[in-house]
Design a protein around this ligand. Structure first.
Ligand code: NAP
Length: 248
């Protein structure tokens, strides 16, 4: 697989593991981050240890100007991307409906949903075979929360992931004639720092007994599925959402 892969939110967690997975397979990787440059640099050195090219690029992917310059710089230094992984996402402290604020809801939806639409639009513009591009694949990182709804924890976050499931289906059908496949993964409880942002760093350990496989998941296990969906091995798969949850 010789590709240029753009991964949003690749400085930590699932995005970082995905960057390293693609590098292991010989792909050039554009590592996006929003504030944690040091973490992005660490991922870059692990990516480049596999002998591939990479760049790190700071961009808030919920902002269209940032998204445009992210894609421009990826194309300039690595070549036109033919894989986009919409991974960047945030959560907010656990609470219930009564304590949700306008500011929190809008900020979360913008970061999780607007970003995915903006990046996908930019990718489609350059990948579309009908517009002179070479085709490509998009993989969206949703969450099993889109199915459970996350009551009394973060229904706004769960709803943002419901939107990711829906736009994955719509984009897959819309972009199929353009030579672009679109799929998604729905991770369950994965060991990353996101749970700290929700106010419970040990959430995965607390809930692991509910997981049929009896443990939390690792970012590398999600990355494996993302890689498969982005690669030619899944050439007849589009509009699908694969759960990576240990059976939850
Ligand atoms: P994480 O460890 O908290 O990492 C989040 C990443 O997103 C970081 O690289 C962060 O960059 C980046 N980011 C945040 N806001 C951004 C923005 N506006 N623009 C660009 N980058 C931004 O999270 P994670 O657990 O790996 O989550 C990755 C994805 O998986 C998310 O979409 C999340 O909803 C989903 N997910 C996670 C789990 C889980 O259990 N961990 C389960 C289901 C779904 P900085 O380092 O610069 O802050």
């Amino acid at each position: 697989m010789s590709n240029v892969v753009l991964i949003t939110g690749a400085s930590r967690g699932i995005g970082a593991a995905t960057a390293i997975k693609f590098a292991e397979h010989g792909c050039a990787v554009c590592i996006n981050y929003v504030q944690n440059k040091e973490a992005a640099e660490q991922v870059q050195s692990r990516v480049e240890s596999h002998g591939v090219k990479s760049i790190i690029y700071q961009a808030d992917v919920s902002q269209s100007k940032d998204v445009e310059s992210l894609f421009e710089n990826c194309a300039k230094y690595l070549g036109t991307p033919n894989v986009l992984v919409n991974n960047a996402g945030v959560i907010a402290p656990q609470t219930n409906l009564f304590d949700l604020t306008e500011q929190r809801i809008n900020s979360l939806l913008t970061t999780n949903v607007t970003s995915t639409l903006l990046c996908s639009k930019q990718a489609a513009l350059i990948m579309s075979e009908l517009k002179g591009g070479c085709g490509g694949t998009i993989v969206n990182v949703s969450s099993k929360a889109s199915v459970t709804g996350s009551p009394n924890e973060y229904i706004d976050y769960a709803a943002s992931k419901g939107a990711i499931d829906t736009l994955t289906k719509g984009m897959a059908k819309e972009l199929a004639p353009h030579g672009i496949r679109v799929n998604g993964v729905r991770p369950g409880l994965i060991y990353t720092e996101i749970h700290k942002d929700a106010g419970e760093p040990d959430r995965v350990d607390r809930l692991q007994d509910r997981i049929p496989l009896g443990r939390g998941g690792y970012p590398e296990e999600v990355a494996e599925c993302i890689f498969w969906l982005a690669s030619d091995r899944s050439s007849f798969t589009t509009g699908e959402l694969i759960d990576v949850t240990g059976g939850l």
